[in-house]
Design a protein around this ligand. Structure first.
Ligand SMILES: [Zn+2]
Length: 467
């Protein structure tokens, strides 16, 4: 039983380290690198790293709340944590992100706090990251690198050496010990791992890619981690298991009430059927029935398998806009119609085209708008069946809805936020989701509240909604 043996080793390690009074001596140096050296190195990159990941979430009360949870965990970890100077930072990034830098810098995104359903679950994330620090998992890793790509949607890519499976299991094991010692329900570790796993499955399903770092894993390894966490709970001493765990559900809800969710307007925000980028000051609508994807790049799924993709490109050569559209598609594309004119006062072209052969054909509605001398915004509707008249009209309307917005209008756009919604009479999830001011409202309602599809909410229930 490979799994069983590994568990015993990992738990033995965790217990030994937590019980060890001379632990600080053990961690003094790995290949000559001390925790102090790690701390200094991480401190140097902290500001730039935070800036690249959207900055600190600008809410002192929330930052202090997270720091408070961290302090409770540090006290519980006792001598294990003594060699490190932990700091906890909530990142203002829309993605689901949690990681640690050697020496004690722990980072969580606001999306993590939104997905958690109790303070114990947040504590589980922090304790897991503390585990990586305490076990010196980052000591031999290259620094985390983060970069935003070109506009309009700033993409985040972090080139980090992913932690290996054994390191994740070891961090889980130490996390369970710290949580229990701090009085948090250690089952929260497994609970949040399930939430993250479900979130990842959802993101894969809808084409989102909001997980830019290495703290993600294949499904099989998640199942193994859950099994090990189960065993770890069973392995806690009786005195610990009989304790009354602190869940902090109400405290967590109060802390994240009114917290920003998803992209901010300056990052390229979607609101139901509208895209707004307050930085480049543009907006457009997608047709009825289209749902934005909330990942990198701008895309929306339409009826009958239609996909709309929008991008902004450099346009170097001087070119008539109809010719431009012809030049950027595959050579075998046949144009049924090409029209040129102006959209929002900018030179533009739209085309109805198809490509492929008898066996497999693809149909397109294309649009290109010259937003600057050297920039072009491109709309690309594609589906495998011919566009109906209504679909052609809707696609054209979407392209024509493109317009530039004033600085004042850009400023007026507000990000959507998490709110606590108290249910007054029994209601369906659909009814609550209808009030969510974002695409895929029902999916997000399920994700954010860890609810099964079709659940009925009863009077007195409080759910997290986004609007
Ligand atoms: Zn981890």
């Amino acid at each position: 039983m490979r799994v069983g043996r590994l568990l015993v080793i990992v738990l033995a390690l965790a217990w030994a380290s937590l019980a060890g009074a001379t632990h600080a001596a053990d961690v003094a140096s790995i290949d000559g690198v001390t925790p102090e050296m790690e701390m200094r190195e991480s401190a140097r990159s902290h500001a730039a790293l935070v800036a690249q990941l959207g900055g600190e979430y600008p809410d002192r009360v929330l930052q202090a709340y997270i720091a408070g949870i961290g302090a409770r965990l540090i006290a519980a970890a006792n001598s294990d944590a003594a060699a490190f100077q932990f700091t906890f930072t909530v990142l203002d990034t829309p993605g689901v992100l949690a990681f640690a830098q050697p020496g004690g810098f722990v980072y969580v995104s606001r999306a993590i706090l939104a997905l958690a359903n109790s303070e114990a679950e947040v504590a589980a994330v922090l304790a897991h990251e503390m585990g990586h620090v305490i076990l010196r998992h980052g000591s031999h890793r290259a620094s985390l690198l983060a970069a935003f790509s070109d506009r309009p949607r700033r993409e985040i890519t972090i080139a980090a050496n992913a932690l290996n499976h054994e390191q994740e299991i070891a961090a889980d094991a130490i996390s369970v010990q710290i949580l229990a010692a701090a009085g948090y329900d250690p089952a929260a570790q497994a609970q949040f791992l399930k939430t993250m796993d479900a979130q990842l499955t959802f993101e894969v399903d809808v084409g989102m890619r909001l997980h830019p770092n290495g703290e993600t894993e294949a499904q099989a390894t998640v199942a193994e981690r859950l099994a090990l966490l189960d065993a770890a709970l069973a392995g806690l001493p009786l005195s610990a298991r009989s304790a009354r765990w602190y869940d902090g559900r109400a405290e967590h809800r109060a802390a994240i009430d009114n917290m920003v969710f998803g992209f901010r307007p300056a990052q390229g925000m979607v609101s139901r059927s509208r895209y707004v980028d307050a930085a480049t000051r543009i907006t457009f609508d997608v047709p009825d029935g289209y749902q934005f994807r909330m990942g990198n790049g701008i895309a929306a799924d339409g009826p009958r398998g239609a996909l709309l993709q929008i991008d902004a490109r450099r346009m170097l050569a001087e070119m008539e806009m109809g010719d431009y559209l012809r030049s950027v598609v595959a050579p075998d594309t046949h144009f049924n119609s090409v029209e040129t004119g102006y959209i929002d006062g900018l030179r533009a072209a739209m085309a109805n085209a198809a490509s492929g052969n008898e066996a497999k054909r693809e149909y397109f509605i294309l649009g290109a708008i010259r937003t600057a001398n050297d920039r072009v915004m491109r709309f690309h509707f594609a589906q495998s069946e011919p566009f109906s008249e209504a679909e052609v009209a809707a696609s054209r309307s979407s392209i024509i809805s493109f317009r530039r917005i004033s600085a004042a209008e850009a400023q007026a756009w507000q990000p959507v936020r998490i709110h606590m919604h108290a249910v007054s009479t029994a209601t369906t999830l659909d009814a609550v989701a209808a009030q969510m001011d974002m695409p895929r409202g029902l999916d997000w309602l399920l994700r954010l509240n860890d609810l099964p599809p079709g659940a009925i909410l009863k009077a007195g229930d409080v759910v997290k909604v986004v609007r």
